[in-house]
Design a protein. Structure first.
Length: 137
């Protein structure tokens, strides 16, 4: 219940809402890809709502966000085939591998939190690039 926890929860809510909004804007042209973004957004909205105090719900929505986020990165190659999308595929694979290593408790010395961060930060980096790309088009 620290101020940092509140900031984290609000940032997860805003992150999820921004992904869901982007997906809605892309829906008519790119339904399968937009669906992966909506699921990612819903996952991170859920992370903001269901804090660690709601352990099972938090785990379920976090997994929804992490897995669908990795799939979204890989699926972006179906929309366009630019250098960014070619970079997105290995980043998505990296995120999914980190998620599954996190789930299997194979953390290679960085701990559960470290592995979870690897999975999430790759999604955060990708969405930053994807958002910037959307603005310039």
């Amino acid at each position: 219940n620290s101020p940092a926890a509140m900031l984290f929860n609000i940032s997860m809510l805003l992150f999820g809402v921004s992904l869901a909004y982007t997906a809605i804007k892309l829906w008519k042209k790119q339904k399968p890809f937009a669906l992966t973004l909506i699921l990612t957004g819903l996952g991170f909205i859920g992370v903001g709502i269901f804090t660690g105090d709601f352990a099972l719900a938090h785990i379920v929505v976090a997994l929804l966000g992490l897995i669908s986020g990795g799939v979204a990165m890989i699926a972006s190659i179906t929309v366009r085939k630019t250098l960014f999308e070619y970079f997105s595929v290995p980043l998505g694979v990296f995120s999914l591998v980190a998620t599954f290593l996190f789930l299997s408790d194979l953390t290679f010395g960085i701990g559960i939190g470290g592995m979870e961060r690897l999975a999430f930060y790759s999604i955060l980096i990708w969405t930053s690039g994807f958002g910037g790309k959307q603005i310039t088009e």
